[in-house]
Ligand binder design. Structure first.
Ligand code: ARG
Length: 562
């Protein structure tokens, strides 16, 4: 819809002798607060300022130059003070939009704006010494959705899981294993046992010994390496189970351990460039000049650090993928850290550093507003959370349908659980912290994942009763139908906004919006048996498709029946 407006405006402005780019026109377009003011409005203030004219006069002049240009989507163009308002031809617009959706199906909203350019996105990245806890769930859900969105925009997306499989914490679990470990437990419930060892050996009295174990590991001690490998493999196996349940895949699994030697090379390079300073026996990069404090790159015991490995990883990834952008989907507590990282890359002369971005996210909070992951003595494992959610979903399903066959109950409760958790997260702007409340997430009413699945199934049940055909005319259109059409037509724009801001909540909120509008429409307008049946059925079908496409970007699968 906006495309046509932009074209018409651009021409008219050109005739007036001004030069304004399409993008700028597009950015300035507004949706008027009520339908009486049209469906799309162009305010002339910015032109007025630039060309030293009154905005009202510019509006009138542009309107004149538009003349009687033939418009497909619009039936009227009027000025109102400094605004030029465009009135949509609702019937022909509805026909066009619905037609597009039912023909493009799963490709509706897709574009190739990314031109297959490579985007590396690193997300999830749990630590092996610690469990795949709820702290990493947010990165997993958001990072995955961002990947989906960028792919839908035509980028070549490379998904990397960067395991925290190296670092001083391994000194702790190796020491812990030697002192308190049990082979039986490690084979049976590896992650829980490792966590136990981690907690036990985190006591101050063991500090020296645990550090020594890590130093030995970095120096290549055979026994320690063997234990480390065992832990790594067992953990990965466990993680993979959870990812499978969540429906999440990666193109590459990397680990910090891949970048130890390369990290040492980076240190040498930093030394050569005079960027490394010795301070109390450790090596640092002083970034105070850039207001970024001090980055520690090597400890006094000569073991490498998180940052050193990250530098090496970034450099190696660029060599390998030649990405046009690299995204790190990591919690907000690492904001400064990533700024330092990108700055050091820049100081080292790596041009790609300007294409690195950190997309931080807020925390999960419990219902009393405290950070969830740090509640004393309580770790929330992804595995357990999933089980709990599935159980709750089952209860809810049985309430509605006590005779649901076992097979259906299993399949549906799993999908509902994923929808509940993923949507519960993604509906929030990622930078905000949010309350992780499974009961709320699972409610079938309100702004929740299950509500959306329910709306989808409702649309499907209508279509089951009367399959739509491609032969339809729009004889008449009411306000609710018009509203739904308009919203459905905005899908591509919504995806574009989500991609630009790397923020899936834009899509989540949109999905909720169209579901609400659909339910309003359905409440007011009889579909089957009405004069408008053919059109209304295709409208229902279009809604169903657009909701499906939206949810897919959030990694939520739909159910034809609830
Ligand atoms: N494993 C890290 C953690 O749990 C997150 C890794 C983030 N990515 C990175 N390249 N530093 O805190």
């Amino acid at each position: 819809m906006k495309k046509e407006v932009v074209e018409v405006l651009k021409k008219a402005i050109q005739i007036l002798g001004f030069e304004v780019g399409e993008e700028e026109i597009y950015k300035n377009l507004e949706v008027p607060p009520n339908l009486e003011l049209g469906d799309c409005a162009f305010p002339c203030f910015f032109l007025a300022e630039r060309f030293k004219e009154s905005p009202n006069r510019i509006a009138i002049q542009i309107r004149e130059k538009i003349g009687n240009a033939p418009l497909t989507d619009f039936e009227g163009v009027e000025t109102q003070g400094p605004y030029i308002n465009f009135f949509i031809n609702r019937k022909s617009f509805a026909k066009k939009v619905v037609w597009e959706i039912i023909n493009q199906n799963k490709n509706y909203g897709k574009s190739n704006l990314g031109k297959n350019k490579k985007v590396v996105i690193e997300f999830s990245s749990p630590n092996i010494a610690k469990p795949f806890g709820i702290g990493h769930l947010r990165s997993t859900i958001i990072g995955n959705s961002i990947s989906n969105i960028l792919k839908f925009r035509g980028f070549k997306v490379i998904r990397i899981n960067y395991l925290g499989d190296w670092g001083a914490q391994f000194g702790k679990i190796i020491f812990g294993y030697k002192k308190f470990g049990s082979e039986k437990k490690i084979m049976k419930t590896p992650i829980k046992h490792l966590l136990d060892l981690y907690v036990k050996s985190s006591k101050k009295i063991y500090e020296k010994s645990t550090r020594e174990e890590f130093r030995k590991l970095e120096k290549g001690d055979k026994k320690n390496l063997l234990i480390w490998k065992l832990f790594r493999n067992l953990s990965i196996e466990e993680f993979k189970k959870s990812y499978k349940e969540l429906g999440i895949k990666f193109d590459f699994w990397e680990g910090e351990s891949d970048y130890i030697l390369k990290g040492k090379k980076v240190l040498e390079n930093l030394k050569k460039k005079n960027l490394l300073k010795k301070s109390e026996g450790a090596y640092i990069v002083d970034l105070n000049k850039h207001n970024l404090g001090i980055a520690l790159l090597e400890k006094s015991d000569e073991t490498t650090l998180y940052a050193t490995r990250d530098l090496a990883a970034a450099i190696a990834r660029y060599k390998k993928h030649k990405f046009s952008k690299m995204i790190y989907e990591v919690g907000q507590e690492q904001v400064l850290y990533f700024k330092q990282l990108f700055k050091i890359l820049e100081l080292l002369g790596y041009d790609f550093s300007k294409n690195c971005v950190h997309t931080p996210h807020g925390h999960y909070l419990d219902t009393s507003g405290k950070k969830l992951a740090t509640r004393k003595g309580k770790i929330f494992f992804v595995e357990d959370i999933l089980k709990e959610t599935v159980a709750l979903a089952k209860k809810e399903l049985l309430k509605r349908n006590p005779h649901l066959p076992e097979e259906q109950l299993e399949r549906k409760s799993k999908k509902i659980a994923i929808a509940a958790i993923f949507y519960g997260d993604l509906k929030n702007n990622r930078t905000n912290s949010m309350i992780f409340d499974l009961e709320k997430f699972l409610s079938f009413e309100g702004n929740t994942g299950p509500y959306l699945l329910y709306s989808y199934a409702r649309a499907n049940s209508i279509l089951q009763k009367a399959p739509p055909s491609k032969k339809f005319e729009v004889y008449d259109i009411n306000l609710k139908e018009s509203k739904l059409v308009k919203e459905l037509s905005q899908f591509e724009e919504v995806v574009s906004r989500a991609a630009e801001t790397l923020n899936p909540s834009v899509i989540a909120n949109y999905a909720h919006q169209i579901a609400q509008t659909f339910n309003e429409f359905y409440h007011d307008s009889k579909v089957i048996g009405s004069k408008q049946e053919a059109f209304r059925l295709t409208l229902v079908q279009s809604f169903k498709q657009v909701l499906k496409n939206s949810l897919k970007l959030l990694e939520i699968e739909t159910l034809e029946e609830m």
